[in-house]
Design a protein around this ligand. Structure first.
Ligand code: C2G
Length: 127
């Protein structure tokens, strides 16, 4: 079983996230997502619209996702990779080069243009 992992906030789930998860899953037979906790988002300088629990609920409904673990800090990736027998780490290429030292194969995938959670928040005019 070729195991893949990726990490993120996945707030206001949109097709950019879905295309990333679809391509990540196609690189193996099992996909684990390290989902940023609300506390870690604060550390990342991000305020998600949906709570961790709601973001986890949404992600768990996606067929590409086999397992979800909490992402609580920047340092846990290598430990996650060892503990979960991960073969491939995948991230969008907005992170290009940032995770090259991880102890498994590292693949950066082209980010889907013209869609982002922050853009959705900005453009949504809630009456
Ligand atoms: N993504 C994408 N295309 C978009 C938006 C996002 O491919 N239009 C990808 C990102 O590159 C990332 C994943 O979807 O690989 C999740 O994106 P975010 O939720 O924005 O994750 P981020 O805040 O970048 O957190 O330790 C890593 C961090 O937790 C990543």
């Amino acid at each position: 079983m070729e195991k893949v992992i990726t990490y993120g906030t996945f707030d206001l789930l949109h097709y950019g996230h879905i295309l990333l998860l679809e391509r990540a899953k196609s690189l193996g037979t099992h996909l684990t997502v390290g989902l940023s906790t609300d506390e870690f988002n604060t550390a990342k300088g991000k305020q998600s619209y949906f709570s961790f629990e709601l973001r986890r609920k949404l992600l768990s409904a996606i067929s590409y996702v086999d397992e979800i673990i909490p992402e609580e800090n920047w340092e846990q990736k290598n430990q996650d990779i060892v503990k979960n027998n991960i073969d491939v780490f995948v991230m969008g290429d907005d992170w290009l080069g940032k995770f090259d030292d991880l102890q498994c194969k590292v693949i950066y995938l082209p980010r889907t243009p013209d869609i982002s959670s922050s853009g959705i928040k900005k453009n949504l005019i809630i009456p």
